[in-house]
Each structure stands twice: as structure tokens, then as C-alpha cells.
Design a protein around this ligand. Structure first.
Ligand code: ADP
Length: 523
């Protein structure tokens, strides 16, 4: 039998070391994944916003440029105010100076402290702090002088001169401050770029580590598992091939044994038929005597007629005698043919089934057993169904069944008074089956176990073999039929039924040849 267990065997489950490896690789994978995710988070949350912020250096540098432009405007307005020919123009220049000063101071504050309003960030560095401090040396005097001009406290051209005196130093310092802003911006950008690059390198390294620590061992483990699996599949395939070979061997042996069994059954059935024929032999010899005697008598009578010469010879009678001899020889030939056919060997492996009329077959068996029936002083009754009973059977085997049943009935009737022995053979047909029953009024069966007589070697007779009914059952079963003993209060009734042929093609059973042929006598 081929095993069909779907459960994985122990060796098919992952080993504990493989389990540990899978867990370890899983942990490594999660760890690397977490670090990569953290780095990407840092990049997105810190580095990228800082890089975006670098855009805000542009307004700072713009504002610093504007600061220088305002310084010049401041100087110009101061000069204009101081050199104004009349009070009205002086006032206008003062107003202009005032506006320029306010803007100049606001720009200065924004550059130092940062201003949300002007979108200027606060940029701090040591160099810048130093420069801002240095700038104050020029910024403060310029602012004070400008304020003096605005307030009208200025004496002569002193204030404007102060502004002009500090302006070039102031502009130079502002130049350096702008340079510092640009430097600071460039440094910041390169710093952020380094961070970003570091993160990218870290992520790439981690991915390489992931490959080294997780993917590589996992690939190796998978390859190992695949190799194992292939090995197991190869082993299983070899085992299966072995099993298939042994199954084929077993099937062949079983077929051989079945064939032997069938041969033995056929031989046993043949032996049973020969044994039955032994019982029938006396009757058949007697039956054969009749046509042979008739032939001898008619031949002698013919001889007498032939010995008469002349017109007194009765040629018509001679012809009649010859006719009688012909018929008697045919009858004898028929008897011999029937005997030969009955005891002939049938090939167990070849199908000898043909469509036959079961009624004709029953009649022929009755004829075969006629002498024995008469010798046993049994009154036989044959009841045949009016419907046709065409069955596809091996006629010799079915005859054997019937001969067996009749002989058993005749033997059991021996214990009855000679004047009351009765044998009824009946054929009934329905839509699907034809059933033959053999009933006698002998002692009957033990109704407690009606199956026992069919067992091989079961016999109640001193000289019985106990194989007759067993062979009958084998034959009837092989024809797809059923044989059974009917429970009866008195006597015995056995019957067997056979399926009717589906598409019958009736062959003549044992019809005598209408024309005498010499080989018909002994064929
Ligand atoms: P055998 O005739 O050699 O004993 P069978 O297999 O033909 O073997 O019969 C088995 C037994 O069945 C017989 O010994 C007999 O006891 C019983 N049996 C068969 N036919 C009848 C019958 N018609 N009436 C009573 N008993 C029978």
C-alpha cells in the first residue's frame, strides 16, 4: 500500500537550529530597519528643513546691501540738510534724513537680532560678533551726528563731516559683514551637505550590512533547505518507484494467482462434470443402446429385403429402413455429442459466454438426466415460463449447475417411498432475471443455516465430496447471478437466477442436423 499521510514527518519540519536562525535573522532585519528608518527621519526632520532655511540667507545679504545704500543716502541727506539755502529745504532734508536714519537703524537691528517681519534670521558667529562690535565705532557716531542734524542741534558742518568721516569705514566694515554672511551661508550649506551625505552613506552601509547579516545567511539557509528538500524528494521518488515496482510485481503475481485459481476452478468444475457423467453413464449407455439396436435391426431387415430378388423385392420398405437407420444414427450422434460437450474442458481465461435460451438449456439437461430420473422412480415436472429467457452464459457451466441440482435432488429422494418421489423444475422470467428452481419432496435442508451447504467440502453423504454446490455458486456468481436454498417446511428448493441478456443474439444450442452426416455421430 502507498502511504498517504499528509502530516509532515519530523524530518520535514524545520529543525530547532533553523528556527533559531530564522529568529536571529528576523531580529537583525528589524534592527537594521529601525536604524535606517531613524536616519531617514533625522534627514527629513532636521537636515532637509535646514537646507530649506538656507534660502533665508539671501534676504540677509540683500538687507546688508541695502544697509550700505542707506548709509550713502544718510550722508547725502545730512549734507543736503546742512548745506540747505533756506529753512524749508533744510526741513525737507531733515525729514528725508530722519526717514533714512530710522530705516538704517531698523535694518541694522534686523541684521544683528533677526526680524520675522523682514524674514531675516538671526545669524550668529564669533567673527560676526567681533565685526558688529567694531562696526559700532562708526555706527554710533553716524547715528548721533544724523540725530543732531535731525534735532537741529548741529553746529556748522560738523555733523555731516562726522558722518562722512565714518561712512567709508562703516561701508568697509559692512562689506566684511556681508562677506561673513556669505561665508557663514557657504559653511552651513557644506556642513548640511556633509550631514546629508553621512546619512546617505550610513543608510547605504546599513543596507550592505543588512545584505551581509540577513540576506546572505537567509539565502544560504534557503539554499540548504532547498538542497535538503531536493534530496528528500529524490529519496521519496526512489522509494515510490520501488513501491510502484513492488506493486506492479504484486499485481502481476496476483493476476497469475487469479489465473491459476480460475484454472483450478475450471479443472475442479471439469472433474465435477466428469464425476456427474459417471452417474449418468449407465443411463446414457442405455439410451445409446436404443438407436444402436434400432440401426442393427433395420440393417438386418434391409439385408433380408435385399436378399429377395426380382419384382417381389420391396424397395420402398428398404428405403424406409434406410431412413430409420439415418435417424437412429443421428440420434446416437446427438447423444454422444451432448456427452462430449458436457465433459469437455472449458478454458478458464477465455469467455465462452453466448446468448442462449435458458428454457432450451433446461430441456436438454432434463433429457441428459432422463434415464437417471426414471431409474430413481421419480416423477418429474417441468414448468417453463411462456416468456423468452435469453441469457448470456457459458451453456456447459449452466448445464453443470442444473445437473448438480437434479442429481442432489434425486439422491435425497432415495430416502422417500418410491411411489411419492417428485421433482419439479421450474423456469420463471421477469423483466431483468430468469430463475430456475429445482424442488424435491425429500428430507430437505437444515433451515438453521442455509448457507452451509454452499461451503466447499460440506457434505452429509458417505461418499460425497461436498464440492458440487460450492462449484455451482462459483459458476452462478461468475455469471452475475445468485444461487440460494429456499427455506421450506418440507422438501428442498434450490434456485439460481441469471440476468437476462441486454442485446440478445441467440445461437442454436444443440440442434440436430436435418441431414445425416457421418461425422455428426462421433464429433
Ligand atoms: P455432495 O453432493 O458431494 O455432498 P454438494 O455440494 O452437492 O456435495 O451438496 C452438499 C450437501 O448439501 C449435501 O451433502 C447435502 O447434505 C446437501 N444437499 C444438497 N442438495 C440437497 C437436497 N436437494 N436435499 C437435501 N440436502 C441436499
Amino acid at each position: 500500500m502507498v502511504p498517504t499521510n499528509p502530516q509532515p514527518t519530523l524530518e520535514e519540519r524545520p529543525s530547532p537550529s533553523a528556527d533559531a536562525l530564522i529568529r536571529r535573522l528576523g531580529r537583525r532585519y528589524l534592527l537594521v530597519l529601525a536604524v535606517v528608518a531613524g536616519l531617514m527621519l533625522v534627514d527629513q526632520a532636521i537636515i532637509q528643513p535646514l537646507l530649506v532655511r538656507m534660502d533665508s540667507y539671501a534676504p540677509v545679504i540683500n538687507l546688508a546691501g541695502r544697509q550700505r545704500m542707506l548709509s550713502q543716502k544718510l550722508a547725502k541727506a545730512a549734507l543736503a540738510a546742512e548745506g540747505a539755502p533756506d529753512a524749508e529745504r533744510r526741513d525737507a532734508s531733515r525729514q528725508e534724513l530722519k526717514g533714512a536714519l530710522a530705516e538704517w537703524i531698523a535694518a541694522n537691528d534686523a541684521l544683528r537680532q533677526g526680524s520675522e517681519q523682514l524674514n531675516v534670521p538671526r545669524i550668529v558667529s564669533a567673527d560676526l560678533a567681533r565685526e558688529w562690535a567694531e562696526l559700532d565705532h562708526d555706527l554710533q557716531p553716524i547715528a548721533a551726528a544724523a540725530q543732531e542734524i535731525i534735532d537741529g542741534d548741529a553746529v556748522g558742518a560738523q555733523s555731516a563731516a562726522t558722518i562722512l568721516a565714518h561712512e567709508s569705514a562703516f561701508l568697509e566694515r559692512m562689506e566684511r559683514i556681508v562677506d561673513l554672511f556669505e561665508l557663514e551661508a557657504a559653511q552651513e550649506v557644506s556642513r548640511l551637505r556633509v550631514y546629508s551625505l553621512t546619512i546617505a552613506i550610513a543608510v547605504a552601509s546599513l543596507l550592505i550590512i543588512l545584505g551581509w547579516l540577513v540576506v546572505r545567511p537567509a539565502t544560504r539557509a534557503i539554499r540548504r533547505q532547498v538542497d535538503d528538500l531536493e534530496l528528500r524528494v529524490a529519496q521519496r521518488t526512489a522509494e515510490l518507484a520501488e513501491m510502484v515496482a513492488s506493486l506492479q510485481h504484486e499485481v502481476a503475481e496476483r493476476k497469475l494467482a487469479e489465473s491459476h485459481g480460475r484454472q483450478l476452478a475450471a479443472q475442479l468444475a471439469h472433474a465435477d462434470r466428469v464425476a456427474s457423467m459417471g452417474h449418468l453413464a449407465i443411463g446414457l449407455a442405455h439410451e445409446l443402446n436404443q438407436p444402436l439396436g434400432a440401426i442393427a435391426n433395420y440393417a438386418s431387415a434391409g439385408d433380408v429385403i435385399l436378399s429377395q430378388a426380382g419384382p417381389a423385392r420391396d424397395d420402398r420398405r428398404l428405403q424406409q429402413y434406410l431412413q430409420q437407420i439415418n435417424e437412429a444414427a443421428l440420434r446416437a450422434g446427438q447423444i454422444v455429442r451432448r456427452i462430449r460437450k458436457f465433459v469437455s474442458r472449458t478454458d478458464a481465461d477465455a469467455s465462452d459466454a453466448v446468448d442462449v435460451d435458458l428454457g432450451a438449456l433446461v430441456r436438454e439437461v432434463l433429457e441428459l438426466c432422463q434415464f437417471e430420473i426414471r431409474r430413481a422412480a421419480v416423477v418429474d415436472v417441468l414448468k417453463l415460463d411462456s416468456r423468452p429467457a435469453l441469457v448470456e452464459v457459458d451453456p456447459i457451466q449452466i448445464q453443470q449447475v442444473l445437473v448438480n441440482l437434479i442429481q442432489n435432488a434425486l439422491q435425497s429422494l432415495q430416502s422417500c417411498p418410491a411411489d411419492s418421489r417428485r421433482l419439479v423444475i421450474e423456469l420463471e422470467v421477469d423483466d431483468d432475471w430468469a430463475e430456475v428452481s429445482v424442488t424435491d419432496n425429500g428430507p430437505g435442508f437444515d433451515v438453521a443455516d442455509l448457507d452451509a451447504p454452499f461451503a466447499a467440502f460440506h457434505t452429509t453423504k458417505v461418499e460425497g465430496l461436498g464440492v458440487g454446490l460450492s462449484i455451482c455458486r462459483t459458476i452462478v456468481d461468475a455469471h452475475g447471478g445468485q444461487i440460494r436454498i429456499h427455506p421450506a417446511a418440507t422438501g428442498a428448493q434450490l434456485s439460481f437466477k441469471l440476468p437476462l441478456a441486454k442485446s440478445p443474439q441467440l445461437l442454436p444450442l444443440n440442434e440436430p442436423s436435418p441431414v445425416f452426416q457421418s461425422d455428426a455421430v462421433c464429433r
